[in-house]
Design a protein around this ligand. Structure first.
Ligand code: ZN
Length: 339
């Protein structure tokens, strides 16, 4: 079963061809350069960039193959930026009509969950499914703990009540004058800093639920920066980055531990861009090891961020169950779609 998959949920235009769990080809056109001078993603610029690029990205993806025949078209219809999602959904509808194909509707977050089971074009790694799992989805737009009990069966057991983890790292980077996107810069500086230089709060650490909050953390950095001189800030940039990263990581880990304890599920899937943070991954491994569990990360670096490959993989499991868009005319993006 060959699937043409499209994801335009945020600032990446991505198109993939997948066959089962195998990603045959995946192209990503990142708009990071366009948005960096604005310090964040600008919706109407994202829409225009997606529109300008999508046909090119599709033809690039198809060019790499001696393509046989596409069976279905999978597309992300939410959650994400409305104007951005619209471009992918409209393109899927256009292609579906032109070639008489069915559309598989995909929730971007289920794509991130299935990213841990994606394979390269040779079918590696072979990882089998062994339900249940807790999927820990950590990105610039989302922070969620999801109980994944069977294919396509999800229950959100915890999520952020305000900012996403990646968003808080980006905002901290901006306050520290490190530019956008800032997560990777914070991580690099933090490697040489003291994580205990300043004790930032761990919001909601003691609450019994599995929810996260990161906006207080950002505020705390804002006020802390007001109490120190410009030269102290400059001299302790690495320590500030390290202490902030520590607070974000610990907030994430506290809830992961609680989730394992309260559900009894100790097989963990990690998806989303923040999972690329090596320090965080090390910490997650140690938490899961203490719980005698197993942790799985996306097998290839590009699968952490937004990509259409994971959308095609999720699409395969949906198509297998016969889940398609019935009414193509009225199929529309759902920016606040939940699992
Ligand atoms: Zn994403």
């Amino acid at each position: 079963m060959l699937i043409l998959a499209i994801d335009t949920s945020c600032d990446e235009t991505s198109v993939a061809i997948t066959e089962g769990r195998k990603i045959i080809s995946n192209s990503i056109y990142s708009q990071a350069v366009i948005h960096s001078s604005w310090g964040g993603v600008v919706p109407h610029l994202a829409k225009r960039a997606h529109e300008e690029r999508i046909d090119w990205v599709i033809s690039e993806t198809l060019k790499k193959l001696k393509i046989k025949k596409i069976d279905y078209i999978a597309v992300t219809y939410g959650p994400g930026l409305a104007p951005a999602l619209e471009v992918g959904v409209n393109k899927a509808k256009e292609l579906a009509q032109k070639y008489g194909k069915k559309i598989i509707p995909i929730n971007h977050m289920e794509g991130h969950i299935y990213s841990c089971f994606a394979q390269n074009s040779k079918g590696n790694p072979q990882r089998d499914f062994d339900f249940p799992y807790i999927a820990f989805l950590i990105s610039g737009g989302h922070t969620q703990l999801v109980l994944f009990t069977a294919h396509l069966t999800y229950q959100i057991i915890g999520e952020t009540v305000d900012d996403a983890a990646g968003e808080s790292l980006d905002k901290a980077a901006k306050m520290l004058g490190l530019g956008y996107p800032g997560g990777a810069v914070i991580e690099r500086l933090a490697q040489k800093g003291d994580p205990h230089y300043h004790q930032f709060p761990r919001p909601l650490a003691w609450s019994k639920d599995l929810n996260f909050s990161f906006s207080g953390l950002k505020t705390s950095l804002f006020y802390h920066l007001k109490t120190i001189s410009e030269s102290e800030k400059k001299n302790h940039l690495k320590d500030l980055a390290s202490s902030f990263q520590e607070a974000v990581c610990e907030s994430l880990l506290i809830k992961l531990k609680n989730a394992i304890q309260s559900t009894g599920v100790n097989r963990i899937l990690v998806g989303g861009g923040v999972g690329q943070n090596v320090y965080l991954r090390k910490k997650i491994r140690s938490v899961v090891k203490k719980a005698h569990g197993q942790v799985f990360f996306p097998p290839l670096p590009y699968l952490y961020g937004d990509n259409a490959g994971m959308i095609g993989v999720a699409g395969y499991f949906k198509a297998r169950e016969g889940i398609f868009v019935d009414d193509r005319e009225n199929f529309d993006r759902v920016p606040r779609l939940t699992l």
